[in-house]
Design a protein around this ligand. Structure first.
Ligand SMILES: *[C@@H]1O[C@H](CO)[C@@H](O)[C@H](O)[C@H]1NC(C)=O
Ligand SMILES: *[C@@H]1O[C@H](CO)[C@@H](O)[C@H](O)[C@H]1NC(C)=O
Ligand SMILES: CC(=O)N[C@H]1CO[C@H](CO)[C@@H](O)[C@@H]1O
Length: 657
């Protein structure tokens, strides 16, 4: 059966923004995709021409249309019937069970996680998002898609677009321009912890994927979406409570929106747990997504199986065989599982690490071989107490791996794709030092009259204000990309002598303003991130619009931990400069250490760079990178919504004397 080709001309029209010659309106409804491909165990190239979840074939690019309604919803809503007592009811349409704790959530098309997008590299993705939430605005970020030439589709409120007001619909149109395991999530407030996220998988034709020889199957049903979970609305923890539920740590996980928890400290809820099916003898590509929002990284492992890791953040790596993977909010890892063990059921386990290591935070799913029984695995259900991993760990959360063959760090992974030679420049065009940390204001200073800056409450008397180079990042009142010239100049941080954003003169400690780092289009950029916080956490940073090469990470004496010395050490080869550094878009900076990343600034626009711990991000642990002068930025489609301040001068008529 021949698949129907969509003529090239239509692509131009879909993107109507590039100067179209002849305008024909496309009926996008014709390209509507189902919400529930996540259950598909097979993909075939010869499926009907309409479906985008398919085995990718060179030259066959499609238009993939999704229609979402985002609304307030509930775990164990009336759609679930008697789910807690009658397991069959849990499978009813629109029933969301999570871990069996009844609470209010936010959903797209009443699914948790939201609908999965499965497309091929080069497809056009169109997502209509109807915001039907009560009195909340929304915008959706496509994490891992670079949006080359289309920064206005990146979905960061007040950087790339006006947030979508309630009851309005917004059409995202973008090219699937980066292969691999990506995902989408709300970038507005704390909404993703309330449920607004899902997978965005971009496959490639077999011959284009350097690791395709290592697996037999790559299907939607083997996406593992891990999210942390709370039993309150995420907003309750901003700025945070002092006594009842202290700090912003999560207490629970879900795996593909499913799981169980001990409802009265003894009894597990009876909600369904996720089952992944495999057939003995086959090799499966699993795609693990770190949909966690809080500062609890997770450890992942599968009983009785090793994981052959082949990609991270969508980018293929020289395969490494490990026993467990530790990963942070926003990171993705692809691994091959060879179903070569005995035919039975095995536990898949996720547990909290770092700050959450001492808490009983874990979740399980089941790996079921075809032919095995329908019950739980025979070994005891894993808990945090009886979980003692042995073997090799990938990406240990503290980030330290020196001469330790049981730990593999990101800097030890090797890229399988060619790297542009500019990345190896002895002197990058920009060598930018970004120190980050937290300010602890005295309570009296913090709650001064008329002062309302954002902060996090971490416990009794402990409030924190995050900063990068002593700036707490603020958002402008109108989006940088779409309304740059509407933004009042005074909201921006002034330029320092080094050209980087700085605090206004005379500001003590930390200031709050809109920081913009100016980068000339096409330059080689090195960012040196330095953790100045005094906790034990590693902080994952995410760069929008780009993948970056990970050049170095670790810990150095404080006197050497600065951009100039680190670059000197790299040049002198006193710090190893890898020949094929891995590419990522989210990287954890080792606790109290540093990380060096490089990218070539070929994608013009305003791009957010921020800590991917959601609560840190929303109180200002980020900065904005401007690549190119606004005149070099992509031209905008007409009709984009506008937003901003309304503060007209007040004029009065005076009586003449
Ligand atoms: C908070 O700090 C103040 C002064 O530093 C102290 O008097 C007070 O007892 C503290 N409160 C708590 C709840 O720890
Ligand atoms: C900082 O410098 C850049 C040019 O490098 C300029 O475009 C920008 O307007 C300056 N920002 C401020 C706040 O003065
Ligand atoms: C939409 C559709 O027709 N999907 C089919 C694609 O092929 C697989 C395997 O042959 C079927 O299971 C799907 O139903």
């Amino acid at each position: 059966m021949a698949f129907k080709r969509i003529p090239f001309v239509i692509f131009i029209l879909v993107v109507q923004y590039s100067d179209a010659h002849k305008t024909v309106t496309l009926n996008v409804e014709r390209f509507i995709q189902p919400d529930d491909v996540d259950f598909q165990y097979e993909l075939s190239p010869k499926n009907d021409t309409k479906h985008c979840a398919r085995e990718c074939v060179k030259g066959d690019n499609r238009i993939c249309y999704y229609n979402w309604v985002v609304e307030n919803y509930a775990v164990l809503s009336a759609a679930c019937g008697k789910c807690l007592h009658e397991p069959r009811d849990c499978k009813r349409p629109q029933c969301v069970t999570a871990d069996g704790f009844e609470k209010g959530i936010l959903t797209a098309n009443r699914r948790l996680p939201g609908p999965g997008i499965h497309v091929c590299l080069g497809d056009w993705v169109i997502v209509d998002v109807r915001n039907h939430m009560l009195a909340r605005t929304l915008s959706i970020h496509w994490h891992g898609i670079y949006m080359k030439g289309r920064s206005y589709m990146d979905g960061v409120p007040f950087i790339s677009q006006c947030p979508i007001p309630d009851e309005a619909q917004y059409r995202y149109v973008f090219l699937a321009d980066h292969q691999g395991t990506n995902y989408w999530h709300s970038h507005s407030g704390l909404q993703k912890l309330n449920g607004l996220q899902g997978s965005l998988i971009v496959r490639q034709p077999k011959e284009d994927d350097p690791v395709s020889g290592l697996y037999d199957r790559d299907c939607p049903a083997h996406v593992i979406f891990v999210s942390d979970w709370t039993h309150s609305e995420a907003e309750e923890r901003l700025p945070g409570l002092m006594f009842r539920e202290v700090s912003q740590e999560s207490m629970y996980y879900t795996i593909n929106g499913l799981g169980r928890y001990k409802s009265d400290d003894i009894t597990l809820t009876r909600t369904p747990q996720k089952v992944f099916h495999v057939r003995k003898g086959k090799r499966y590509r699993f795609r693990l997504i770190g949909g966690m929002c809080t500062h609890c990284p997770a450890r992942f492992q599968i009983e009785g199986h090793k994981l052959l890791v082949i990609a991270t953040d969508g980018n293929p790596i020289q395969p490494v065989l490990v026993d467990s993977i530790e990963y942070f909010s926003g990171e993705r890892y692809d691994f091959v599982l060879h179903a070569s063990n005995e035919i039975t059921n095995y536990w898949i386990q996720v547990r909290g690490m770092d700050k959450c290591f001492l808490r009983d935070i874990c979740q399980v799913a089941v790996l079921r071989y075809d032919g095995a029984g329908k019950g739980d695995p025979l070994s005891p259900r894993p808990t945090v107490q009886n979980f003692n991993p042995t073997g090799v760990v990938l990406n240990p959360v503290d980030g330290y791996c020196r001469s330790d063959d049981r730990r593999i760090c990101i800097t030890q992974l090797r890229n399988l794709l060619e790297i542009p030679t500019e990345i190896f420049a002895k002197e990058p065009n920009y060598n930018i030092e970004l120190r980050f940390g937290f300010h602890r204001p005295a309570i009296s200073e913090h709650f001064r009259k008329g002062m309302y800056t954002d902060y996090l409450q971490l416990g009794r008397n402990l409030t924190l204000v995050p900063w990068i180079n002593h700036i707490q990042q603020d958002m402008p009142p109108s989006p940088m990309v779409t309304q740059f010239y509407d933004i009042p100049r005074h909201v921006f941080c002034p330029n320092g002598t080094d050209g980087l954003p700085t605090c206004p003169q005379g500001t003590k400690d930390v200031c709050t303003c809109v920081p913009v780092i100016h980068i000339a289009l096409g330059s080689v950029v090195q960012l040196v991130l330095i953790d100045m916080s005094d906790g034990s956490l590693s902080y994952p940073f995410h760069l929008h619009g780009y993948g970056f090469n990970v050049i170095s990470a670790g810990k150095l004496p404080p006197s050497l931990m600065n951009a100039k010395d680190i670059n000197g050490l790299l040049r002198a080869k006193e710090l190893p400069f890898p020949r094929n550094p891995v590419m990522k878009d989210t990287l954890a900076v080792p606790s109290k250490g540093y990380a060096v990343i490089r990218f070539i600034a070929h994608n013009p626009g305003f791009w957010f760079f921020h800590c991917h711990y959601m609560y840190h991000n929303v109180v200002g642990m980020g900065t904005i990178i401007q690549v190119g002068h606004p005149s070099e930025h992509p031209s905008l489609p007409s009709g984009l919504p506008k937003c901003g301040d309304y503060v007209p001068p007040v004029k009065v008529k005076r009586k003449r004397k």
